[in-house]
Ligand binder design. Structure first.
Ligand code: NAP
Length: 256
């Protein structure tokens, strides 16, 4: 048996990618890093005007028509897909489940779970051999915490889908990776979650050194560049000061 550690890593230059949720946060950072590595990237989101990619296209992952039109246009631009990064997602609310609403639950489940499934199904016929499908999960998809039921259900559901997809694609030359992140600042995640309440959003990161979107993007790039026979199934990345979405040891605020 040879020493596989010396096998060449995957070279990204010249490859093509689709990134969902490219208008902000982790998606925007990943688009930038992929392009720096020589990848031609189509970015999708509803706020298409905010996407800085080789090609920016409107996308609402909750709608089949929107997703289908996006994939058709992206494939016309790219020719074929080497990398699909299913990153679009959101949480709504941080209250006990009895305060949840039908509308918020549907939005969270449809964006995080159905959206990623739909995009994967529509892209799969265009993903070339040697391709790679990645997902942004969350520590919320591994450990529950109070006041996050719909988001926790969605990210647990996403993880179940990814495990099943890996079974169905086993034997085909397509790799699959999920990056499960903890507290990531420098995104609009908490602003969206608290429906525009900037003070509440900022309090999530008080007294903590959170992860940055670039640090999550680095995990994506790490998985992508391993040698072709190596599948990095899951990467779990948390702030040092947290063990879960709920258990966070914060520095005391400075005395006033
Ligand atoms: P963000 O800055 O709010 O970015 C979310 C992205 O998703 C935006 O580009 C948004 O674009 C897009 N999006 C939302 N709904 C969409 C829809 N229906 N169709 C298409 N795109 C949609 O937050 P982020 O932290 O970078 O979030 C990226 C991923 O990381 C999400 O899956 C989130 O669950 C996950 N995550 C975040 C954290 C964190 O602490 N920030 C931790 C763990 C996991 P438009 O609004 O323009 O459509």
């Amino acid at each position: 048996m040879g020493d596989t550690s010396t096998l060449a890593c995957v070279e990204l230059a010249g490859k093509t990618a689709i990134v969902t949720g490219a208008s902000s946060g982790i998606g925007a950072s990943t688009v930038r890093k992929l392009r720096e590595a020589g990848v031609r990237v189509v970015g999708g989101a509803r706020r298409v005007e905010r996407i800085d990619a080789d090609v920016a296209l409107p996308l609402d992952v909750r709608g089949e028509d929107s997703a289908r039109a996006f994939v058709e246009a992206a494939v016309a631009e790219l020719g074929g897909i080497d990398i699909l990064y299913n990153n679009a997602g959101l949480a709504l609310g941080r209250a006990p489940f009895w305060e949840s609403t039908e509308e918020d639950e549907a939005t969270v489940i449809h964006t995080n779970v159905d959206g990623a499934m739909r995009m994967t199904r529509l892209c799969l016929p265009h993903i070339r051999d040697g391709g790679h499908i990645l997902f942004t999960g969350s520590v919320a998809g591994r450990q529950a915490y109070p006041g996050g039921a719909s988001y926790i259900a969605a990210k647990f559901g996403l993880r179940g889908f990814v495990y099943a997809l890996r079974e169905d694609l086993l034997g085909r030359p397509i790799r699959i990776t999920t990056v499960d992140a903890g507290l990531v600042a420098g995104t609009e995640f908490s602003l969206v979650r608290f429906k525009g309440d900037a003070a509440k959003a900022a309090s999530v990161y008080e007294g903590v050194d959170p992860i940055t979107p670039d640090e999550v993007a680095d995990c994506v790039l790490f998985a992508l560049t391993r040698p072709p026979h190596v599948n990095v199934d899951e990467i779990v990345i948390k702030a040092l000061q947290q063990s879960s979405g709920a258990r966070i040891v914060r520095r005391a605020p400075p005395p006033v």
